[in-house]
Design a protein around this ligand. Sequence first.
Ligand SMILES: Nc1nc2c(c(=O)[nH]1)N[C@H]1C(S)=C(S)[C@@H](COP(=O)(O)O)O[C@H]1N2
Ligand SMILES: [Mo]
Length: 343
Amino acid sequence: MSFAPLQSLFGIVTPSGLHFERHHQGWWDIDPSKHRLMINGSDDSLLKTPKVFTMDELMRLPSVSRFHFIECGANTGMEWGNVAVPTVQYTHGMISCSEFTGVPLKILLDMCGVDYKRARFVLGEGADGSSMTRTVPMELIESGEAFVAYGQNGEMLRPENGYPLRLVVPGVQGVSWVKYLRRIEVGDKPYGAKDEAVHYIDLMKDGTHRQYTSTQECKSVVTTPSGGQVLLDKGFYNISGLAWSGKGKIKRVDVSVDSGRNWRSARLEGPVMSKSLTRFNIDWSWDGKPAIIQSRAMDETGYVQPSYQQSRAVRGTRSIYHNNSIQSWLVQESGEVKNVQLS
Ligand SMILES: Nc1nc2c(c(=O)[nH]1)N[C@H]1C(S)=C(S)[C@@H](COP(=O)(O)O)O[C@H]1N2
Ligand SMILES: [Mo]
């Protein structure tokens, strides 16, 4: 497992070598000439012809190239317990953003003659030893959004990121982006696989668990200044950060430098793309006194990123997954920046 060094990155694209990594069973060394993608049905009547594709066959098909973020559902997970890990790399670094290239899954399912009336879900399966399987609802495929990617940032996927083939499910948490993709099964109900029945579920305040919360809600974080950095002197600083939403485009990001009493709208750097990272910037003149810096994003649905107080009212303190609460960085008089949580 490794985290993207968000404090050192500019713009929105994560260089491939700095992409975060999450492996449930190590990374896999696959010979692309031997790799196959099989598409079958949980029951034969759900499609006309099951098919097996080679990489060469996939790369002849119409391709798309799109910028999307991928965020692990466990990103910012330690903050539920108010652990206050020191840097933005470890609070928020299980997110990355790339230009992915591949074939819309809809094209492949059409070639197999899938019965879309009955086949409402698919299961993606990887070739590694993790038995990672995830249910993906058919709407995300019929809309043309989900695709099987072989390219990332202009080159082939790297082995750590699923070479030679991975599922891209825009807006949905990373675990559904199955790497080393070798099989897609179409089915008529959710699969209840271990990684959706037992893991990646939300422990609620009342002790019950919430399942299938796959879409990553609107979230943002200031990356400069952020935990572990030091401001050398008072005066002008560019506050910079990242915002994203699994539901579409970022509409607005507000920034506060006084613990949330006053907010100003930041500049969004274009292009602002759907289900991608958006960079924001805002001018700040530091007077040398302690300051708490926060960002609060709003997406095109009107949803506003919640405070910790709001999140905890629903989720309590013992969750692991899906924390999109507002992050606070304390700039101390010494210029040193620290992770703090406001209650
Ligand atoms: N085959 C396979 N796919 C997988 C995983 C895995 O362990 N094996 N991990 C998942 C999880 S939990 C995440 S967050 C993302 C991480 O993708 P990355 O390593 O390219 O950043 O891949 C997902 N796809
Ligand atoms: Mo993950």
